[in-house]
Design a protein around this ligand. Structure first.
Ligand code: ARG
Length: 590
């Protein structure tokens, strides 16, 4: 490993400790050392810690009397640690914690190396080759609501984290284009507007109005309800008249959704529920042959232990359900797309659905019994968003908030703030507009991503557009400031990168350098745990480290100017990669 200046310190240390443990005690016990960045309490003692020596010793104790307590075992592990440029010194403290002080020279070299060879050299490595991320996934005819915004933002970041780790990501928009709502929409159109050739409905607003009217009729008129249910079956069996109207309705919704996705710069491929229709028959037959499908009140279902309701594959009227499609889609993703990991991003309200359908897939033998080995599935759930006035985000009521309006407002507000600071006089109109978009949309995304996704949060433009605290605005400012420091130096950074050296002598330089090097393992942790807020936290801490460094270490005009400018450049590069992974467009002046 020496001479390799990778970014993942944790992984490199883990390797050293693995080797040492093998030398210290025989590896037949399957013991693993745990290595983690030291928390605040231990930071004075070391940068990283191997913190499970006590645990290892308690397992070993009955089997070998060679070590007189965990501290002695700790000492033995330290003396067997292979020599490495990475480690400066180790100490064993307390009941057996091994504290590791990293070499500042090594850290400096790693950063120099990244500056020359690019931030991609710090990309986490993984054995997973292909992943499906199923996100956004609105339902046709109902406008995308704020829940879909969360799914889009969180899903896009998860996809981006994996893409940075060189995984092939199949970004899938599992659009609800095949549900019962079509029966009622089509039937209503046929009944109320006969012979209109459906040309009366052309915009999303009209489509939504149609949705509301037909839903009211569906809920109150049992005759209509039955006809609507019949219409679904007609559609699902491929009746061309129904299919034509269906396609038209889908197109209107698609156009609207694409506007939002384009603004958010989110790419994904639509493979809606209807796409999996051709696979349903064989899929059910396979499950049937395995003896999993049972008859229940005329329906065909799979019973799963501990679940009150079974998984409904075919309803008594012959129609398919949301679960049927999800089973067919999973079958397709595993067998046709050869995905090893399938990640579904929806609100927490669908937890039960995913639990049930994942269990059914395990029962069918499509997935292993445990959730550690591949192929693997995960439901990435998230909490609710409420408006400050509570009702703004209601999804079914007439006053549902439109995503496109949210985006407009974010942009308008950030533009107004820029104009207030006189930027309209400094910049071209285009610059003003682009910056307003980067800041406005960035603020919206960051406000969503910065919280642990399971928590509910209150949507507030004032808060997210504030230039202090954990906001994209604050972070974009921090980045722009670093760029301005570099610009003011008048130095050619490309030349400096290739000739200059970094020294991490000052305590704040060292702290900043260490944090920079922890970028890779943070992305790795955030993507394995599927928790984007860890990356937001990292980015915020990075800007804090930079502030401390900048207020304690003079950059321009100092004797350490070259090294410190390189640290500025490395910080800006890592910040930009964070922004990129979070789907935020960086700005260079603000
Ligand atoms: N269309 C669904 C909804 O809006 C979300 C679909 C999520 N993906 C899936 N494979 N079930 O609630």
């Amino acid at each position: 490993m020496d001479g390799e200046f990778g970014g993942n310190l944790k992984q490199q240390l883990k390797k050293l400790f693995d080797e040492s443990l093998k030398l210290t005690v025989s590896d037949e016990h399957g013991l693993e050392p745990l290595v983690a960045a030291s928390d605040a309490k231990f930071r004075k003692l070391g940068d990283y810690q191997c913190n499970n020596v006590m645990g290892i010793w308690s397992i070993l104790k009955p089997k070998c009397s060679q070590f007189n307590g965990a501290p002695a075992l700790g000492q033995a592990i330290v003396s067997n640690l292979p020599t490495s440029e990475l480690v400066k010194s180790c100490s064993v403290t307390g009941p057996g914690f091994i504290n590791v002080v990293l070499s500042a020279e090594y850290m400096a070299k790693s950063i120099e190396n990244m500056l020359i060879n690019g931030i991609d050299t710090w990309a986490p490595t993984t054995s997973v080759k292909r992943v499906v991320v199923d996100f956004c996934s609105p339902n046709i005819a109902k406008e995308m609501h704020v829940g879909h915004l969360r799914s889009t933002i969180i899903g896009d970041t998860i996809a981006r984290m994996l893409e940075y780790s060189k995984v092939e990501v199949l970004r899938r928009n599992h659009v609800g284009d095949w549900g019962t709502q079509f029966g009622m929409l089509i039937e209503y159109l046929f009944e109320e507007l006969p012979g209109s050739d459906n040309e009366v409905v052309t915009t999303i607003g009209e489509l939504q109005l149609l949705y509301r009217k037909s839903k009211r009729k569906f809920d109150h008129d049992p005759v209509f309800k039955e006809k609507a249910q019949h219409a679904v079956v007609r559609l699902q069996s491929g009746d061309p008249v129904y299919v034509k109207t269906w396609a038209k309705i889908c197109e209107i919704s698609r156009t609207e959704a694409n506007k939002v996705l384009q603004r958010l710069q989110v790419k994904l491929e639509e493979k809606g529920e209807s796409f999996y229709k051709p696979y349903i028959g064989n899929m059910i037959e396979e499950l049937n042959n395995k003896g999993l499908v049972q008859e229940s009140d005329g329906a065909r279902v799979i019973f799963i232990k501990d679940f009150k309701t079974p998984l409904m594959l075919v309803k008594s009227d012959g129609g398919f359900t949301y679960s049927t499609t999800d089973m067919a889609a999973l079958w397709y993703r595993l067998n046709e797309e050869k995905a090893e990991w399938i990640i579904y991003v929806t609100d927490a309200g669908q937890k039960e659905h995913f639990d049930l359908f994942f269990k059914a897939a395990r029962k069918a033998g499509w997935l292993p019994d445990n959730d550690k080995t591949y192929p693997k599935v995960n439901h990435v759930d998230f909490g609710l968003v409420s408006g400050e006035d509570k009702k703004r985000f209601r999804t079914r009521a007439a006053d549902v908030v439109r995503l496109i309006d949210l985006l407009d407002e974010a942009k308008t507000r950030s533009k107004a703030a820029l104009i207030e600071r006189g930027k309209d006089k400094e910049w071209t109109l285009e610059e003003l507009d682009q910056t307003a978009e980067a800041v406005g949309y960035g603020a919206l995304k960051f406000a969503d991503l910065k919280n642990n996704r399971s928590t509910n949060y209150t949507f507030s433009f004032d808060q997210m557009l504030c230039d202090k605290g954990k906001t994209a605005v604050y972070l974009l400012y921090a980045h722009a400031r670093i760029c301005s420091i570099i610009r003011k130096s008048g130095k050619d950074m490309n030349e400096l990168k290739n000739t200059g050296k970094i020294a991490l002598d000052h305590v704040e330089e060292r702290a900043l350098g260490l944090h920079l090097l922890q970028f890779s393992e943070t992305v790795e942790e955030a993507s394995t745990k599927l928790l984007p807020h860890l990356l937001c936290e990292y980015l915020y801490e990075l800007s804090e480290h930079f502030s401390k460094f900048y207020s304690n270490c003079q950059v321009n005009g100092s004797t350490e100017e070259t090294s410190r400018l390189l640290l500025c450049e490395a910080t800006a590069i890592v910040m930009r990669k964070c922004f990129h992974v979070l789907g935020i467009t960086p700005v260079y002046k603000l």
